[in-house]
Design a protein around this ligand. Structure first.
Ligand SMILES: *[C@@H]1O[C@H](CO)[C@@H](O)[C@H](O)[C@H]1NC(C)=O
Ligand SMILES: *[C@@H]1O[C@H](CO)[C@@H](O)[C@H](O)[C@H]1NC(C)=O
Length: 431
């Protein structure tokens, strides 16, 4: 078995990193995480601006102890927007077939310097340009490449590798190639339309799994990277791959890292800031407020904030706060007379939440009825950065959830939208 070192860089346990680690565990990969717990040094807006040189410097340093270990293979991937689809055995087999000593993922765009595009070799099929989010190579060549030049932490790592690749002599010297057809590495930006999720064929009784096919290059990539604006596509795929969801067990990963509030004394529960927005006359508002009050959660751990724009409801809000207000840590009301615009009120509620050192912020609009009194606890127990209950209208396709987005951020119907809205493909199967 070939010895492979897998590296990634992540400074904190963001959701994307947790998903990365979940996928790694599923395919039995144990990444070495560089930079964890440190301040990010690779530039202030890596999503839009050049940066990431720090990743190179971290890896360079991490490889020092292995430098005489010439049999090792090094696999590097980004940490926040990458998913493993399959394990090292398959990855190494395909890498060896390429006859490269160093192989980088390829993408559709020549970034960060589009003017370098004409310098790239012409190709017949696949993506032409280098992406530095995923690469693999023999340790000797990887170290040679990392040490080819020095780089500032805030300079651009993709440009660094691009320059090496565009130097033909150097490229040939270390046998550096790009994975144009995504045999291993799939950078999703610019390739969203090339990809499709497929269900494995299963014998009766067995459980299906899902995998991703590139319909243009006829490959089944092994590692996926939601580079640039393709994160939502990665999120979509990541609901299924690797083995995240199946029709028998539902979401297999959703229970990872959940917390249990059952045995926690009230005084140890997170402080929740509940912000209620009444922006228009709303039928059954009194019932809606009663349902919020009925949430099973100690009121002495809740701040209430109510923004009411509807004169008609002033009496309902007044009656509600007079009846129950004293049970909460605090109650803040903004009345129609205050004339506060909705967006100002929403911003204000967040400021208040921070000012009161809230642990969690829960936003509820007046049209949203929370019928299950356990909702707040169940949401908290998911232990996610952002999570919401799904709201539907009986018998309608409507829900408060969007399965996909258009390029400019509007609603798009995803393939699985109806299944999810009808609760036939729930991401959280509450048992
Ligand atoms: C809850 O999530 C945080 C951050 O993702 C994680 O560090 C922690 O371990 C999780 N808690 C449990 C019990 O898994
Ligand atoms: C508000 O509360 C008062 C006093 O309990 C009650 O008489 C009145 O009917 C309530 N008004 C509404 C609109 O619920």
């Amino acid at each position: 078995m070939i010895d492979v070192l897998v590296f990634t860089v992540a400074t904190e346990a963001k959701d994307g990193f947790m998903r990365y680690m979940d996928s790694a565990k599923e395919v039995k990969i144990k990444p070495i995480v560089l930079g964890f717990g440190q301040q990010w040094k690779g530039g202030d807006d890596i999503r839009r601006k050049p940066g990431g040189g720090w990743k190179i410097n971290l890896l360079k340093e991490a490889l020092v102890p292995y430098k005489d270990d010439k049999d090792k293979i090094v696999l590097f991937t980004d940490g926040y927007d990458v998913i493993f689809v399959d394990g090292l055995k398959e990855i190494i087999q395909r890498f060896q077939k390429t006859n490269a000593r160093v192989l980088f993922g390829a993408e559709s765009y020549c970034w960060p310097d589009p003017e370098l595009a004409p310098k790239y070799p012409e190709i017949k099929e696949g993506k032409r340009f280098l992406n530095s989010g995923m690469y693999i190579g023999h340790i000797t060549e990887i170290i040679d490449l990392l040490e080819r030049d020095t780089i500032e932490d805030t300079a651009d790592d993709q440009l660094f590798f691009t320059k090496a690749y565009l130097d033909e002599d150097y490229r040939n010297k270390i046998q550096m190639k790009l994975d144009h057809k995504s045999e291993i590495f799939q950078n999703i930006n610019g390739a969203t339309m090339d990809l499709e999720i497929f269900k494995s064929e299963v014998k009766e009784g067995a459980t299906e799994t899902y995998y991703v096919k590139n319909l243009v290059t006829h490959t089944e990539p092994l590692i996926l990277h939601g580079n640039g604006p393709s994160k939502t596509t990665l999120n979509y795929i990541g609901n299924y791959v690797p083995n995240v969801w199946n029709s028998k067990e539902g979401c297999r990963m959703c229970e990872n890292r959940q917390i249990d509030l059952k045995d926690k004394p009230a005084s140890k529960l997170p402080i929740v800031f509940i912000a209620i927005f009444i922006e228009l006359n709303t039928p059954f508002l009194e019932e809606q407020l009663e349902k919020i009050h009925a949430l099973e959660y100690p009121k002495e751990r809740i701040h209430l904030f109510i923004h009411n724009s509807a004169k008609y409801h002033a009496i309902h809000v007044k009656n509600f706060t007079e009846k129950y207000g004293s049970e909460y840590i605090s109650v803040k009301q903004i009345t129609p007379e205050d004339g506060t615009a909705e967006w100002t009120a929403r911003d204000l509620s967040l400021d208040q939440c921070l000012a009161k050192n809230c642990d969690l912020y829960f936003s509820v609009d007046s049209i949203a009825h929370i019928d299950n009194p356990h909702t707040l606890r169940l949401l908290i127990q998911q232990n996610r950065t952002v999570v919401g209950p799904m709201l539907t209208r009986p018998g309608k396709a409507w829900s408060n959830f969007w399965g996909a987005l258009t390029k400019d951020g509007f609603y798009a119907r995803s393939n699985d939208y109806m299944d999810i809205a009808h609760n036939e493909k729930s991401m959280f199967w509450i048992k």
